[in-house]
Design a protein around this ligand. Sequence first.
Ligand code: NAD
Ligand code: GLY
Length: 344
Amino acid sequence: MNTINVKTSKPYEVRVGKGLLKNIAREISDIKKPGKCILISDDTVFSLYGEAVKTALGEAGYTVYETVFPHGEESKNMETVLSLLTACFEAGLTRSDFAIALGGGIVGDVCGFVSSIYLRGIDFIQIPTTLLAAIDSSVGGKTGVNTDYGKNLIGAFHQPVRVICDTDTFSTLPYEIYTAGICEALKYGVIRDKDLFYAIGNADIEDIVFRCVGIKADIVENDEFDHGERQLLNFGHTFGHSIEALSDFKISHGHAVGLGMIVITRACEKAGLCESGVCAEIEKALNAFEIDTNITYSAKELESYAMSDKKRKGNKITLVIPEKLGKCVLHTISTDDLEEFIGL
Ligand code: NAD
Ligand code: GLY
């Protein structure tokens, strides 16, 4: 097992290894003594791992309540939040009790948000079961839900008290969902670590998770509340979010980020802001995981969705641009120039 210490305002450990779920009580007992907790999951993940987690915690003396919602982005909304809050009240959770997010990024984001507002905040533990959640969403404390006005527009910063990533859970992931996580892993390679970029697909997945989380922890420690450096983590996201929405969410978040990395890198190469050949390397890496890199949306379509991006301030938008593999920087442009900049 590997441990990464995340030194945010409320520090915590991310533990990465095989077989951790079997010993889940041992993995949390130093921070949460037996008492009440609520296990929050989606139907798919609960059916795979829910009973095992409940049993292991129950045997160690925890009183475990559970609440399960339908999987998918359609559940990431305030209706689900209200139903989970009701479950917390029904369970009689107090401020010393805690929640557990067992699932992918959706479960983690929703459970984290509920934990941030229930009784003005209770502890929560992340147990990510997708590669994407393990390397990105479970670490850093961004929680929230979608609205009709856009994705993740209601939320809070609320750090987990521990993250337990059992890489054995990836064995049940459909390939498409696994490769959505690969896109985010490649993102870390482009923003910070060229060796990592080329290790993806070759190195052990535990090692990849450890290295990605290390980069995320480092960036989040420097800029927990997203005023500057943390925006680097949004490489590929500005147009990724556009692609996700334009596809009516048929293209997953991870794959959309993969395509978004191509859009921005291609534009930067054309504008002379990025070394040439980087876009081709990203495309090759995505294709190696059978990800279709054909982008069917126009610059106009990508631009119009990007205008609702949280990174837009007035008529300025901050883009994350790659200078070369392993180095990204922030670059602010006028929204009037965005369509031309994309230049598809
Ligand atoms: P997800 O949570 O929808 O999981 C994908 C699918 O895989 C779901 O159907 C789920 O039931 C299933 N699943 C999960 N684990 C499984 C397993 N081990 N075996 C079999 N099936 C499994 O999606 P995701 O890709 O994990 O996360 C995407 C979400 O994360 C988006 O809503 C995105 O906005 C959010 N996100 C948040 C942050 C953040 O910093 N908070 C960062 C990145 C992404
Ligand atoms: N996933 C982007 C962030 O955590 O800031």
